[in-house]
Design a protein around this ligand. Structure first.
Ligand SMILES: CC(C)(COP(=O)(O)OP(=O)(O)OC[C@H]1O[C@@H](n2cnc3c(N)ncnc32)[C@H](O)[C@@H]1OP(=O)(O)O)[C@@H](O)C(=O)NCCC(=O)NCCSC(=O)C[C@H](O)C(=O)O
Ligand code: MG
Length: 282
């Protein structure tokens, strides 16, 4: 399956140095994993974490998408991480703090694997369109902690300071057919706050949410999956439009609202997403 066709409702970060967490993830109902060598790993553990992670990835993670986040090329670990990740049994490599396509070119020269980009600096936001257009890029991950740091913004439940950056990246990703996953919700015991942020991200057009703790998985999976009412409506829209087309009409009406070919396209995408989610559970 093309990586971009897979579901990304729940994308769990796991520190590459934490053996217990690396084991636990094999049984979690997550759509994808970001195996982290960057911020979640202390400087003194970076080299050992590469070995720990390579060993963990040599054993199965089921049908979860496996993404390795390396350190940036402006650090002493970046290049060795990239070479090590290129040899690991993973699906993609994620580069932090991407601001230019030149940074992706450096990584592309070191691996044939699909590339993902952390979008988490003001310059990254400004260049989101060019970054999303990189021919090897398949996914973007919002880094809202780093973005808040650079913006010197305050945490707000409505994420007002983030909205311009989130919107620019969603536009860039959609324009170039790239997956986009929202930033983490740090307060991992606050289910209500997480739920609200998942709904906001979903409504903005995000494909899913990055998570830091297993307790967050269920909420993200539910928020980013099509609901039974949405699936039912999608089926009825498709049926009604096909009936209308047979009668030579270009528009149908369902529940008092018009249905045109563009709505049918959305409905078909939703059903395909529901099928991809169901296939993950098989
Ligand atoms: C936040 C944590 C440090 C909390 O860890 P801990 O105190 O161990 O939590 P619990 O005791 O509640 O854990 C219960 C069990 O769950 C396992 N666990 C915990 N976290 C994970 C995980 N992420 N993946 C898999 N399994 C996990 C524990 O091992 C316990 O298992 P068991 O003993 O068998 O019951 C911790 O959750 C953590 O380290 N989270 C990840 C933090 C991280 O990766 N941060 C970096 C990414 S965020 C970021 O950088 C975003 C971006 O760049 C930006 O700028 O915004
Ligand atoms: Mg970051």
């Amino acid at each position: 399956m093309d990586l971009r066709a897979r579901p990304y409702r729940s994308v769990l970060y796991i520190p590459g140095s934490k053996e217990r967490a690396l084991e636990k993830a094999r049984a979690l109902p997550i759509d994808a994993i970001i195996f982290d060598l960057e911020d979640a790993v202390a400087p003194g553990e970076k080299t050992a974490a590469r070995e720990t992670l390579a060993e963990a990835l040599s054993r199965p993670y089921g049908n979860r998408t496996r993404i390795v986040r390396i350190n940036g090329f402006d650090t002493e670990w970046g290049e060795a991480d990239a070479r090590a990740a290129a040899a690991m049994d993973c699906d993609a490599i994620l580069l932090p703090k991407v601001e230019t396509t030149a940074q992706l070119d450096v990584l592309a020269a070191l691996t044939d694997k699909p590339l993902w980009a952390m979008m988490e600096t003001p310059m990254g936001m400004m260049n989101a369109g060019q970054i999303a257009a990189h021919p090897r890029l398949q996914g973007m991950v919002m880094g809202t902690n780093d973005l808040a740091k650079d913006l010197n913004s305050r945490f707000r439940a409505d994420r007002l300071p983030m909205l311009t950056g989130l919107g620019l990246c969603v536009l860039a990703a959609k324009a170039h057919g790239v997956t986009i996953v929202d930033g983490v919700y740090n307060a991992f015991k606050d289910d209500e706050g997480l739920q609200a942020e998942c709904v906001q991200g979903r409504d903005l057009g995000m494909d899913g949410k990055t998570l830091i703790h297993p307790a967050q998985v269920e909420i993200a999976n539910a928020a980013f999956a099509p609901g039974t009412d949405e699936i039912d409506l999608a089926r009825r829209q498709i049926d009604a439009f096909e009936e209308a087309a047979k009668a030579g009409q270009g528009v149908a009406v369902v529940d008092g609202k018009i249905v045109e070919n563009l709505h049918v396209e959305t409905a078909r995408k939703m059903l395909a997403k529901a099928e991809a989610i169901a296939a993950l559970a098989e």
